[in-house]
Design a protein around this ligand. Structure first.
Ligand code: DX5
Ligand code: ZN
Length: 216
């Protein structure tokens, strides 16, 4: 049985009480904390920078899964690493020299991740499979939490699974109602914002996910 992981996305947390929110999901037994970084260019929203990531680093031992939805992530990658990011994911659409930025991440000692927008063909990732620890398949258009899951994106997971031995994560619109679809396709990690932080009882939310994981 493979280890399936749940990574709550901080985007749906109460930012007034960030430390408590993070401790809450850590105590509830999640596997990583997903942090959505947006620059207002690559996506039409602005969120978290390295300063906040370093503050988060101080309150948790969870792996920090930093999802960079920013143009030219090579400019900021090192700062996020210094701030405490453990896994760094960049978008294949966001950088000209994709291999270059992946090499930078690897050299920094972080786990190397790549992501793709719903409209981007999965074949775009094929040249880089050897360079990656993680592939983050977007199941919503990046930019906002709380959107509807796009089940047709699971075809990308199915295509990648036999070719890629590393971790495949699915991000966007995941809940207990569709988690099985992602897992059947071959996902290892589910990112969930509203389905965890949006619930009053996070421990219960994570337990419900784990019940589903047992079937895989
Ligand atoms: C979307 C982000 C996701 C999002 C997930 O741009 O990458 O991580 O916050 O939130 P939910 O689970 O609410 O779709
Ligand atoms: Zn994300």
């Amino acid at each position: 049985m493979k280890k399936i992981m749940i990574a709550p996305s901080l985007l749906s947390a109460d930012f007034n009480r960030l430390a408590e929110e993070i401790r809450d999901v850590e105590k509830a037994g999640c596997d990583a904390l997903h942090i959505d970084v947006m620059d207002g260019h690559f996506v039409p929203n602005l969120t978290i920078g390295p300063l906040v990531v370093s503050a988060i680093r101080k309150v948790t031992k969870l792996p920090l899964d930093v999802h960079l939805m920013i143009d030219m992530p090579s400019r900021f990658m090192a700062e996020f690493r210094k701030a405490g990011a453990d896994w760094i994911t960049v978008h294949v659409e966001a950088e000209k020299d994709v291999r270059g930025v992946l090499q930078m991440i690897k050299a920094s000692g972080a786990k190397v991740g790549i992501s793709l927008r719903p409209k981007t063909a999965v074949e775009m990732l094929f040249p880089y499979l050897q360079d990656l620890d993680l592939i983050l398949v977007m199941s919503v258009e990046p930019g906002f939490g709380g959107q509807s899951f796009m089940p047709e994106m699971m075809a990308k997971v199915k295509m990648l699974r036999p070719k890629f031995p590393g971790l495949i994560s699915v991000d966007g619109g995941i809940g207990v109602g569709n988690a099985s679809q992602a897992l059947e396709a071959g996902a290892d990690i589910l990112v969930a914002g509203s389905a965890v932080f949006g619930k009053a009882d996070r421990a219960k939310a994570i337990r419900e996910f784990r019940e589903i994981f047992k079937k895989f």
